[in-house]
Design a protein around this ligand. Structure first.
Ligand SMILES: C[S@@+](CC[C@H](N)C(=O)[O-])C[C@H]1O[C@@H](n2cnc3c(N)ncnc32)[C@H](O)[C@@H]1O
Length: 244
């Protein structure tokens, strides 16, 4: 992920505009409010450009973490009120606890059961007793279908970005699949560049999600989103840390 989340980090606001996150952020907010109405402190793992956080920070004090310093720099410009810390979700240890630990699509980058379990342990370690872990993967294995998607937007200064995302079929013997990204980027003077990168993303069956969350010490709940978007609804995995 040296291209998308490092070299191209500054293009994130154009590649994946803020307004595309409103529906999902609102759902995530509602789920947290329903289960932890008194939550005040939220830790996000793999917060990227901070586009979900931009909506959540209105209600929660957010600490945003990501393995890419370049993505956190973009997020810090969008979310100066939030704390930003570089760290890998598999071994992050901030030495303090939160009411909610949340990972959005960044959890897709956990491609083995071992990595997923390590992230669940990170969430558990950072939750106060009675806290809520919330994971929102793009896919689970049972509902996955290869797809093509495209998007992007333009800035007032003449910059523009477009991407094509093309995912491959899943081999059920594997816990991951491959997605190809191609980017077309326009500088303010009109000069174009193209970039390509291959990513691997995790694809786990429902039972792996629930078993690993339980093994990490959570009681588990699965919620299906409602969406206006043209795609199968996502599943939200809730892990309730027991009260002391
Ligand atoms: C699609 S972006 C997240 C965008 C984010 N949902 C937003 O609202 O802007 C995925 C992020 O996952 C991060 N990531 C990938 N592997 C990670 C890891 N092991 N630990 C922490 N972050 C990771 C990448 O650096 C990238 O910023």
């Amino acid at each position: 992920m040296n291209v998308f989340y490092r070299e191209l980090a500054a293009w994130w606001p154009l590649i994946s505009p803020l307004d595309e996150y409103e529906e999902e952020a609102s759902l995530i907010h509602d789920v947290i409010e329903r289960h932890r109405p008194r939550a005040a402190r939220l830790l996000e793992l793999g917060s990227g450009g901070g586009h979900v956080a931009w909506y959540l920070k209105r209600r929660y004090a957010c600490t945003l973490t990501d393995v890419s310093a370049a993505m956190l720099e973009v997020s810090a410009a969008t979310n100066p009120e939030c704390a930003h810390v570089v760290g890998d979700m598999r071994d992050l240890d901030l030495g303090r606890t939160f009411d909610v630990v949340f990972a959005h699509d960044a959890i897709d980058y956990m491609t083995t059961a071992r990595d997923l379990a390590a992230t669940f342990a990170t969430a558990h370690r950072h939750l106060a007793p009675g806290g809520l872990a919330l994971f929102v993967p793009d896919h689970v294995a049972e509902r996955y279908a290869p797809a093509t998607d495209a998007g992007g937007s333009d800035a007032e200064d003449g910059r523009g970005a477009r991407y094509l995302e093309w995912s491959e079929p899943h081999d059920p013997a594997q816990t991951s699949a491959v997605v190809h990204y191609s980017f077309l980027l326009r500088a303010p003077d009109g000069v174009m560049q193209t970039r390509y990168e291959r990513h691997e993303f995790g694809l786990f069956p429902l039972h792996t999600w629930t078993e690993l969350l339980e093994a990490a010490g959570f009681s588990v709940e699965v919620v299906e989103e409602t969406t206006e978007e043209d795609r199968p609804p996502r599943l939200l995995f809730l892990g309730h840390k027991r009260s002391a």
